[in-house]
Structure formats: structure tokens, C-alpha cells
Ligand binder design. Structure first.
Ligand code: MSP
Length: 643
């Protein structure tokens, strides 16, 4: 670490809309890591906050008919309320509209200006309002689209101030190459190095007030405000006392981790290190970019109206279950898909069936004894030893997974120990031991199972703090201080503690048919190509054109006997007529589809569906349990190529 404490940050979130699951994820991840470091006895500091300047916020305020400050205050309240609900234990919350931040940004700007690292020049560029970024002509896609978000950009010519970023390009390339931990996962470092292969432009760090007034004024020219990213990145040091409380700053800087998703990689791995270098400050130890939460393999965004609301999810299913799902489901670095069906399935399996059941079996059994106390163990047999080994191994795996940012692997190992616990109960069959009157063995079995639960609850505490405490309470543990080192030692649980019935830990959620179906179809981890270029699972145009899409006219249609879902169609594709079997009978009657011009994949290998040959597949969109066939706008003959 280079220093013996732990300082972690999340991005500071924009306040133009309410918080969503992506914001919740990064913040929960930071919280869980911080809680683990605290258990390891490492002094920790966890910072989150809000990014409140810039045109995004100004425009949202205008749209809502309020002032930018009112827009910020209202949205910040929602973030704070959500963090409280989600049991986030941040040490500080920084708002970029606070004086403590603004003063530091201005001091830095003045200092860089005095050093000749900021200069004024005329600038011609393309500006993307949603991304708050300027791009050069060469970066623009299809004439007028933003290379990042693919939305239209505006051309602008104006005088502005520039930060001499280009001066540090070679230094940054070398720094990244010499510090393998600096950008993680490693493929993100390669992505940054790829970006740095082209000449780096100087960064435009001002906006004329005539165009944008909502920002921090430049200390050397009051006609301008500071570019929002230059202002925002400074939060990581202004919050811990840079240029205001040097003792505090020295204690926490450099940061151990800057966490974020891949969408803001470049600003963190290029702009920020160069800003720090120009200020003469040390680099953060690790900049870690995780993947995206997707719905239906699309990034969640307000404009697509596919955003999962973390507040309602945690109200509906409980905070701990929500935290657990997010961390267990996402492999750090890769994208993951969120569906309610997938959530319920994992909840029922891991939390209700495995963990809840194990606790229930153990405590109920002890409570049935004359003396409902943690019993005293005696000699261990082979079954005990094997079980103990698996539980203690989970402690090591979990610790390792924290150090290597593979939290889902650690959680998996703990759940492995839980399952081993359920198997142990079955194998040792305490109910038989009671019948046989073998009290000594019974006591050993129940002790081992309870001791495993002490360790398991300790390991899961950072992820499910409230429920972990419930488990500890049911085992009679009153001390709420968990120490990782004590989880590595077997037989720390004191015999004689009074066991309590704390009720059902995670009540089962009954799955509706639709949600089960959703789960089967949609919850899959989306493996990401290492060649990531900004969206998920990119394919080349050649790959796309391998699928021959053609217009097809539906000539006949009939229901397939003894099935609910299938229609047998005859379609005309140019001069050819073909049979296609499609699962659309619940959404289209045969009459309603005859005569339509649809789109089919014409070069699919023939398949047998319920004994009928199908030669092609039609395209359809499925939303909220509705299915709509893709049709063609206007009069187009069958057999025309689509693409
Ligand atoms: N204000 C800037 C960050 C400045 S940091 C100096 C910003 N804000 S944001 O509100 O757009 O938040 C982006 C971050 O929110 C992502 O980097 C990630 O941490 C989190 N997420 C937002 N959407 C996400 C997903 N769909 N999935 C996972 N996390 C995402 O960018």
C-alpha cells in the first residue's frame, strides 16, 4: 500500500436525476471494501459525494423550472437518503458547491496558471452536452455524433483556457507501464495505453460564462467558469484537506482506490494523473473500473427508461438482500445483467434456502435441548475435520478476494461453506444422535455448526451487516466487534452462550411464472471483449452481415397442434417459399399475421421444432411480456435485404 491506511473513493455523482442502481452499486462496493478493511484493523476513510456544476445540471434545473442550486439540493437529499437506507458508512460526503471545495479548485487553477501550465487560446471543437466534453473533428463519429455516447454534438468556436496536458503524455505512458497496479483490471490499463497512442491534446478547462454560468469562476478571469471535470476530479483531494488541512491530507493521500465504472475511465486514468503530476502530488495507488449493470444487455439510462430504482428494490426485498445480490452477481470488471427474476432466484437459493436454512436448523436444534446454550465440543472425527477445513478455507479465500478485487469469488466461497454446513447436518444427523442418547457427539456436532455460523456471519458482515448481526445475536454473541483474525481461529465461540430464536432470516419469495422465465432468458453475465471500445460485446460489420436478413411476406399461418406457443407459417422470400415455425401464438392469431411483411434471418441452419422443420427465424421485440414482430415501413417486396 505504501502507507498503512485505506482511503477509498466513489465517483461523485451528477445531480441531474435521481440515483439509480449503477450509483448504488459503486457505493455499496466501496462500503463493503471499507468494512472489510475495518475488520482487518486497517484505519479507513471512505469518501463519496456529488458533482454539482456544469451544463448537465444547469439544463436539468431549467427543465424543472428551478435554480441550479435548488436542483442540487433536492437531488443531493435523495442521494443522502439512499445511502442511509443502504447502510453506507461513508466518512465524508463532498458536494462540489461547498466552499471547502471551491476554494481548493481556485487555488489549484491559480497555481497552474502561475506555473505557465494554463494558457489562453482560440478553440474550435465539437461539444457533447450529456458528456460535458469537447472533441476534435477527428474524434467525431458519422459527421456529428459524440464518440462516447453517440448523441449529436454541437460545433463551437471560442476563446478558452487550456491545461498543458500534452506535455505529460510520455511521462504518463511510462508511469502506467511501470506500475501494473495503477489501473485495474489490467485490460483497462491497455485500453488507456491504446488511447495514449495518439497525440494527447491540451485540455480545455474553461467555459465562457455567456454560455455556461453554473460553475467555479476562474481566479484569473471572471468571464469564465471552470470545466466541470477539472473541478470534479479535485474532490478526491479537497475533501481530505489539500491546501487547507495538510495534516489530514498527508494522512490519507495517496488514495488506495478510486472506484468507478468503465464509462469514466479516461478522465480518471489520463486527466486526473496529469493534473496530479502538474500539482506535484503522488499518484493514487489503484484506479479500478468495474463493468456496467445492464438491463437486457443495454446500459441503463434515463433516456432508455430501463433504470432499476435501488430505493424501491431495497424497500421491496430488504437492504441486505439487495447489497448481497449486487456483489455476488457481478464479477468485478465485467458487465452483469439485472432482472428482478434473477434477483429472486439468487435470493431464494443463496439466502433463503442455504444460509437461512442452515441457521434455522442449528438454532432450532439447540433450542429444543433442555439447556438452550452453545454446547461444549469434544474430540473431532473425520467429518468434523473436513467441514472445519472448508469453513476456514473460506476465510482465506475471502481475504484473498478482497485483496485481489474478486469479491464475488469470496462470497461464493462463503456460500460454499454454508452449503457444507447443510451437508454436515445431514451427514451427522443430530436427530439420530438424540434418539441414540449420544449427547457427547450431539454437542460436538451442534457446536461445530454454530461455530461455522459465527465465522460465516463474520465474513458476510460487510455485505449483509444487519442480517449478520442477527445471526450473531441468535448465537448469543453480544460483542459487536468482528475481527478477521478471530475468524481464522476455530473454537472462538464460547460454550454456554444463550441461543435465541430470531425468526426467519430471509423469508422465501414466491416466484411468479413470468419472473422465472425472465430469469432463464435474461440473467447472464455478459462477458466482455478485452477489445472493449465503449459499448458491450462489439462485433464487426462483417460479423453482422453474416446474418442474412430478408423481408418475407406471410402467406399462410396456423397454430401447431398440442402447443400453446407455436405458429407454423409459410413465408415468401423473393421467389422462394419456406416454412418457419415461430413462438408467437400467444401474441398473434394466424389471421392477424397473414399478409404482413416481416423480417427473417434467412440463412439459419434448418431446425426441427416440435417435429416440424423451420427454415429461418423471424425478428421480434419483447418488452414487459409483450411481443411485437419487426415489420417493414412502406411497400417493400419480399426477398429484399435488410441491414
Ligand atoms: N460526475 C461524474 C463523475 C465525476 S468523478 C470525479 C459522473 N457521474 S455519474 O452520475 O454519471 O456517475 C457515473 C458512475 O456511476 C459510474 O462510473 C459508476 O460508478 C456508476 N454507474 C452509473 N451507471 C452505471 C451502471 N449502469 N452500472 C454500473 N455503474 C454505473 O460520471
Amino acid at each position: 500500500m505504501g502507507k498503512d491506511n485505506f482511503y477509498i473513493t466513489t465517483p461523485i455523482y451528477y445531480v441531474n436525476g435521481k440515483p439509480h442502481i449503477g450509483h448504488a452499486y459503486t457505493t455499496i462496493l466501496a462500503d463493503v471494501l471499507t468494512r472489510y478493511y475495518r475488520l482487518l484493523g486497517v484505519e479507513s476513510y471512505f469518501l463519496t459525494g456529488t458533482d454539482e456544476h456544469g451544463s448537465k445540471i444547469q439544463e436539468a434545473a431549467e427543465k424543472n423550472g428551478i435554480t441550479p442550486k435548488e436542483q442540487c439540493d433536492a437531488t443531493v437529499a435523495r442521494f443522502i437518503e439512499l445511502w442511509k437506507k443502504l447502510e453506507i458508512t461513508n466518512d465524508d460526503f463532498i458536494r462540489t458547491t461547498e466552499e471547502r471545495h471551491k476554494i481548493v479548485v481556485q487555488k489549484i487553477l491559480q497555481d497552474l496558471f502561475d506555473k505557465g501550465l494554463i494558457y489562453k487560446a482560440e478553440y474550435k471543437g465539437w461539444y457533447c452536452v450529456p458528456c460535458e466534453r469537447f472533441f476534435l473533428e477527428k474524434d467525431i463519429v458519422d459527421g456529428n455524433l459524440c464518440p462516447e455516447c453517440k448523441r449529436p454534438v454541437k460545433e463551437l468556436v471560442e476563446s478558452n483556457y487550456f491545461f498543458k496536458m500534452s506535455k505529460y503524455q510520455d511521462w504518463l505512458i511510462n508511469y502506467i507501464k511501470e506500475h501494473p497496479d495503477f489501473i485495474q483490471p489490467a485490460f483497462r490499463a491497455n485500453e488507456t495505453l491504446g488511447f495514449l497512442r495518439q497525440p494527447l491534446s491540451d485540455l480545455c478547462i474553461s467555459r465562457p460564462k455567456a454560455r455556461l454560468s453554473w460553475g467555479i469562476e476562474l481566479p484569473f478571469d471572471n468571464n469564465y467558469v471552470c470545466y466541470v471535470w477539472f473541478d470534479a476530479l479535485v474532490n478526491y483531494i479537497s475533501a481530505i484537506g489539500y491546501l487547507s488541512d495538510e495534516k489530514k491530507f498527508k494522512k490519507w493521500w495517496p488514495a488506495s482506490f478510486h472506484l468507478m465504472a468503465k464509462d469514466i475511465l479516461t478522465t480518471h486514468t489520463v486527466y486526473w494523473p496529469i493534473m496530479l503530476k502538474a500539482m506535484g502530488l503522488e499518484m493514487p495507488r489503484t484506479i479500478f473500473a468495474h463493468g456496467w449493470w445492464l438491463t437486457d444487455n443495454e446500459k441503463m439510462s434515463k433516456s432508455l427508461d430501463n433504470v432499476v430504482d435501488p430505493m424501491s428494490m431495497s424497500e421491496k426485498y430488504g437492504v441486505d438482500a439487495f447489497r448481497y445480490f449486487l456483489l455476488a452477481e457481478m464479477a468485478l470488471g465485467q458487465d452483469a445483467s439485472f432482472t428482478e427474476g434473477g434477483f429472486i432466484q439468487r435470493y431464494n437459493t443463496d439466502l433463503a434456502n442455504d444460509l437461512g436454512n442452515f441457521l434455522n436448523r442449528v438454532t432450532k436444534f439447540i433450542l429444543k435441548q433442555d439447556n438452550p446454550l452453545i454446547p461444549k465440543p469434544s474430540a473431532k472425527n473425520e467429518d468434523d475435520k473436513e467441514f472445519i477445513k472448508e469453513v476456514l478455507n473460506a476465510v482465506n479465500i475471502m481475504e484473498d478476494s478482497i485483496m485481489n478485487m474478486r469479491l464475488n469469488k469470496g462470497i461464493e466461497a462463503v456460500l460454499g461453506a454454508v452449503r457444507a454446513g447443510n451437508r454436515y447436518m445431514e451427514k451427522t444427523a443430530p436427530w439420530k444422535l438424540v434418539k441414540e442418547g449420544n449427547i457427547e457427539r450431539l454437542n460436538s456436532v451442534l457446536y461445530n455448526a454454530a461455530e461455522a455460523l459465527r465465522i460465516i456471519s463474520g465474513l458476510l458482515y460487510p455485505v449483509i451487516p444487519e442480517k449478520a448481526n442477527v445471526i450473531r445475536k441468535s448465537l448469543g454473541i453480544s460483542d459487536d466487534k468482528i475481527v478477521i483474525d478471530e475468524l481464522k481461529v476455530w473454537e472462538k465461540l464460547a460454550p454456554g452462550l444463550k441461543v435465541f430464536d430470531t425468526g426467519v432470516l430471509f423469508p422465501r419469495i414466491e416466484l411468479t411464472e413470468q419472473k422465472t422465465e425472465e430469469k432463464a432468458k435474461e440473467t447472464k453475465i455478459v462477458k466482455e471483449s478485452k477489445e472493449f471500445k465503449g459499448t458491450v460485446d462489439l462485433i464487426t460489420i462483417d460479423e453482422f452481415f453474416k446474418a442474412k436478413l430478408k423481408t418475407a411476406k406471410v402467406l399462410t399461418a396456423e397454430k401447431v397442434k398440442n402447443t400453446e406457443k407455436l405458429l407454423k407459417l409459410t413465408v415468401q422470400i423473393g421467389n422462394e417459399s419456406r416454412q418457419v415455425v415461430a413462438g408467437i401464438a400467444q401474441y398473434y392469431t394466424p389471421e392477424s399475421i397473414i399478409g404482413k411483411t416481416i423480417v427473417v434471418v434467412s440463412n439459419l441452419k434448418p431446425a426441427k421444432i416440435c417435429g416440424l422443420e423451420s427454415n429461418g427465424m423471424l425478428l421480434a421485440a419483447k418488452v414487459d411480456g409483450q411481443l411485437k414482430i419487426v415489420t417493414i415501413d412502406g411497400d417493400v417486396p419480399s426477398g429484399a435485404s435488410v441491414g
